[in-house]
Design a protein around this ligand. Structure first.
Ligand code: NDP
Length: 407
């Protein structure tokens, strides 16, 4: 029986993954080794019971008593904390879904690869902050990384059976987010509520704002570079408001292979779960005639400084991705808290990248996950200090954030 674990099973990707596991036979078809969550212990316990998991792990020690109580009477083990997450990732399994949000996914994902386990990777931060380390661990331990982020799954599918040497370029599409049709002056004054409304679909607040600022797309460009071993100049972003094409791969003979489908993460999750085969999936089918037409426009780096910064990060390499991710998280916290304006987010990330570039070796490859996590912590501290330092300067006064230099 295939042994699977789902890290972040109580989140959006996790719940969709479990939906597919249930549809494909659930506990009768899979041996579920570990399910992990954070604070939503009731959901975690009911998932673990339904799939008869060996162990359920909450990320937080203080949630362990509630998890134990919810699992009372079952034979399912309960554990808590970062070390327990790593221990669960090291348990023998054939397939692990990495769907914890943020940098907390790095250590369990890395541990799984070092045990030779196939990692279905939804978590974007892993490739952005520690791509080369993850790839090296996979190579060394005979593990495989299967992309789950929809754009990267699309590229992965378009590359199936192709020789990487024949790939000329990869084009990642972007919806353009909440402000794709707004003038820049209005974007500068955008409120949290306005940035939290996605034109195409409902998602969590943080990812919706990341979509409006294009930090999400910036992360995806960096992720594509790492996952597929591309040069930065081979990766493009294009605004595609209908979000029907997820990504395209251009080959040296001029062919352009597009991956199309309705936006439903169960497609990419299902592809990774069943790879190299395709299983029947419960996703809506596209009706091209009803769709009528598709449109595209350039992703303007002036309107979207997050894309320009992502290009600088790709050019720098090494630990720059870890800084980009950490600084944009702090910037997002600051925007949501009302401490900085919408455009200040990119200015803050640029400033932290600039500050950190003074640090020796930002462009050198990370030698360990600890180094990545230390860089992440340092970038967060710098970002928070910059936000705190400009308190009293007025909400939309960006003078304290104007970058002094580039990385
Ligand atoms: P959610 O916020 O919905 O879920 C996150 C999961 O991580 C939950 O199980 C949560 O537990 C758990 N978690 C939260 N904090 C911690 C922590 N400190 N340590 C361990 N576990 C923790 O996120 P999504 O499912 O939306 O996204 C997961 C990842 O996949 C992200 O990296 C995201 O960028 C990426 N992704 C998501 C897509 C989407 O459509 N949602 C698309 C492509 C990529 P609990 O809820 O119990 O507290």
């Amino acid at each position: 029986m295939r042994r699977v674990s789902v890290f972040g099973s109580t989140g959006s990707i996790g719940v969709n993954t479990l939906d597919l596991l249930e549809r494909q036979g659930g506990a009768g078809a899979f041996q579920v080794v570990a399910l992990t969550g954070g604070r939503n212990v009731d959901l975690l316990a009911s998932q673990a019971r339904a799939l008869r998991a060996d162990i359920a792990v909450t990320a937080y020690e203080e949630c362990l008593p509630a998890l134990r109580a919810a699992l009372h009477g079952s034979e399912i083990e309960a554990a808590a904390g970062p070390a327990a997450l790593i221990e669960a990732a090291e348990r023998p399994a054939d397939w692990i879904m990495s769907a914890i949000v943020g940098a907390a996914a790095l250590a369990p994902g890395y541990a799984a690869l070092r045990h030779g386990t196939t990692l279905a990777l939804a978590n974007k931060e892993s490739m952005v902050a520690a791509g080369p380390l993850f790839l090296e661990a996979a190579r060394r331990h005979g593990a495989r990384i299967l992309p789950v982020d929809s754009e990267h799954s699309a590229v992965f599918q378009a590359l199936h059976g192709e020789d990487m040497a024949s790939v000329e370029r990869v084009i990642i599409t972007a919806s353009g987010g909440a402000f794709r049709d707004w003038p820049m002056e209005r974007i500068a004054r955008a409120t949290v509520a306005e940035a939290s409304t996605h034109p195409n679909w409902a998602m969590g607040q943080r990812i919706t704002i990341d979509s409006a600022s294009m930090f999400n797309k910036g992360m995806e460009l960096i992720e594509a570079k790492e996952l597929f071993g591309l040069r930065p100049d081979q990766i493009e972003a294009v605004i595609h408001p209908e979000s029907v094409i997820h990504a395209l791969v251009g080959f040296r003979d001029g062919a352009l292979m597009a991956h199309m489908g309705v936006p439903d993460m169960r497609h990419a999750i299902g592809y990774a779960l069943n790879w190299p085969e395709r299983a029947e999936l419960p996703v809506k089918r596209l009706d091209l005639a009803a769709l009528g037409s598709l449109s595209f426009r350039p992703a303007d780096p002036v309107r979207y400084p997050a894309l320009r910064l992502a290009r600088e990060v790709m050019a720098t390499g090494g630990l720059a991705g870890a800084v980009y991710n950490a600084a944009k998280e702090v910037a997002l916290d600051g925007f949501i808290a009302g401490a900085i304006g919408f455009l200040d987010m990119a200015a803050l990330v640029e400033q932290v990248l600039s500050d950190m570039s003074a640090r020796q070796g930002l462009g050198n490859p990370a030698t360990s996950l600890d180094e990545v996590l230390a860089t992440d912590a340092e970038a967060r501290a710098l970002g928070r200090a910059r936000i705190a330092g400009r308190h009293g300067a007025g909400r939309h006064d960006t003078s304290g954030l104007i970058p002094r230099g580039r990385i």
